[in-house]
Structure formats: structure tokens, C-alpha cells
Design a protein around this ligand. Structure first.
Ligand code: IPE
Ligand code: IPE
Ligand code: MG
Length: 236
């Protein structure tokens, strides 16, 4: 979904724990700084041609972490939505939370619904927060829905998953894996693995990533540039 409609960038915001540990701080302190980095990325995104930004904030597998850390992370989500929703609305951001909602507290669920409803008219940036998210689960849910409707074509599948192919996936903190993030949507995404820890991520990192992305040659299975007509005739 490039060109006119703007880029869809997904970010695996990794490295909060390492950022904190390297300073002798508890892991939650890294998550607090991680929220600031998310705010910076969100502010910069519309000016860099990003129309949709999906931030991986908490994976379905992150429930395996100690309960104190998980609680701290969910408190931060709640605070973020409470404090930032009106700013998002004023900036024309449309907030959406993707992922399961049946395992989070009713209070947070309500806060999410409120934030989504408050920002529903935003057109500058579609900000998708992936919370309790698993791409494989999302794919399975979409498959179940579509099988009930007896529709199994690619278009319907993409629509059921949110209808948004990813142009670029950025992962911070050096790990080179997707950890169950946007697997279907990233079929032709460019991948970028940056050494910077997420709490240190700032506007310049995002600018650099977009600039590198713009120099990548995307071919989608075809040839770039297209062969001249004569060459095609010869081949035919
Ligand atoms: C990413 O940072 C945030 C979440 C997964 C919630 P981590 O907490 O995974 O940080 P590291 O990978 O341990 O440094
Ligand atoms: C992926 O990071 C999830 C988020 C950034 C929210 P993890 O730190 O959980 O991934 P693994 O365990 O290193 O693959
Ligand atoms: Mg990690």
C-alpha cells in the first residue's frame, strides 16, 4: 500500500529490558522510556509519508513474563491512552488496537474502546497498537470467519486481517526475527533490523529507515525496470 495512500510501517519495539538492565534499572523503567520513543515515532510518522503505523507493544507470548512486568506494561498502556488520546485526536491520528481483547481487564478494554471512538475521524495517521497480538492467531481467526462465509480468496483474507499490506518492518535491538508480527501482511515487506534499543529510538532513526527504504528496489516477483518491449517480443 505504497504511493498515494502512504506507507504502512510496522515496528517491533524491542530492547526495553536491555536498555534498563544496562543502566542497572528495573525492566519496567525501560518500558516507561519505550513509551516516549513510541510517542516520538508517532509524531514523526505523518511527516515522513507514513499513513499507517503498527507498533508491536505486547505479544500474545509476552504473557510468559513475570506478572510484575506484565502489570507494569498494562498500566503504561492505560496511562498512555488516558493521557494521549486527546492529543492524538487533535493531531488527526486514528487509534486502533489490534490483538485479543478477552484477556485484558474490562477497564482497559473500555479505555481502548473510548480512545478508538474519540479518534475515529483522524485521517493523518492510522496508529495501530498491537496488544496481546499474535499474527498466527489473527490469521486463524480470519480463516475461521472466511470459511463460515465460504470465501477463501486472497483479497477477502487481506481484508479480514485489516486490509493493509506492510511496506516496511523495522525491528530494533538487533534481533533478526519477526516474533509472530504481521506475517501475512509482510509477504513483500522490506525488513530492517537496527541495533538501537527501542528507548533510544528517535526521529532521526525513523528518517534514516525511511530514506534507506526509498532506495530499496521492490520487485514483487517481477522485473525492475520492466524489459523493453523489443526484449519482450524476442522472449515471446
Ligand atoms: C520490548 O522490549 C517490549 C516488550 C516485548 C513488551 P523487551 O522487554 O523485549 O526488551 P528486551 O528484548 O528484553 O531487551
Ligand atoms: C517481540 O519482542 C514483541 C514485542 C516487541 C512487543 P520479544 O522480545 O517478545 O521477542 P522475542 O522473545 O525476543 O522473540
Ligand atoms: Mg525483547
Amino acid at each position: 500500500m505504497q504511493s498515494n495512500s502512504g506507507l504502512h510501517v510496522g515496528i517491533i519495539m524491542d530492547g526495553n529490558g536491555r536498555w534498563a538492565s544496562s543502566r542497572g534499572l528495573p525492566r519496567w523503567a525501560g518500558h516507561v522510556q519505550g513509551v516516549e520513543a513510541a510517542r516520538r515515532a508517532t509524531e514523526a510518522a505523518p511527516e515522513l509519508g507514513i499513513r499507517t503505523l503498527t507498533l508491536y507493544a505486547f505479544s500474545a507470548d509476552n504473557w510468559k513474563r513475570p506478572v510484575e512486568e506484565v502489570s507494569a506494561i498494562f498500566r503504561l498502556f492505560d496511562q498512555y491512552l488516558e493521557r494521549e488520546t486527546q492529543t492524538c485526536r487533535k493531531r488527526g491520528l486514528r487509534l486502533e488496537v489490534i490483538g485479543r481483547r478477552d484477556r485484558i481487564s474490562p477497564a482497559l478494554r473500555q479505555r481502548i474502546e473510548w480512545a478508538e471512538q474519540q479518534t475515529a475521524r483522524g485521517t493523518n495517521l492510522h496508529l495501530r497498537l498491537a496488544i496481546d497480538y499474535s499474527s498466527r492467531e489473527a490469521i486463524l481467526r480470519a480463516a475461521e470467519t472466511l470459511l463460515r462465509k465460504r470465501r477463501t480468496d486472497r483479497e477477502s483474507f487481506s481484508r479480514a486481517l485489516g486490509g493493509c499490506d506492510t511496506d516496511l518492518v523495522i525491528r530494533t535491538a538487533g534481533e533478526q526475527r519477526l516474533s509472530d508480527f504481521l506475517l501475512w501482511e509482510s509477504a513483500y515487506a522490506e525488513l530492517m533490523f537496527l541495533p538501537v534499543l527501542w528507548p533510544d529510538f528517535d526521529r532521526s532513526h525513523l528518517e534514516q529507515a525511511i530514506s534507506d527504504f526509498s532506495r530499496r528496489e521492490r520487485r514483487f516477483g517481477g522485473l525492475n525496470p520492466l524489459p523493453a518491449p523489443a526484449a519482450i517480443e524476442l522472449a515471446g
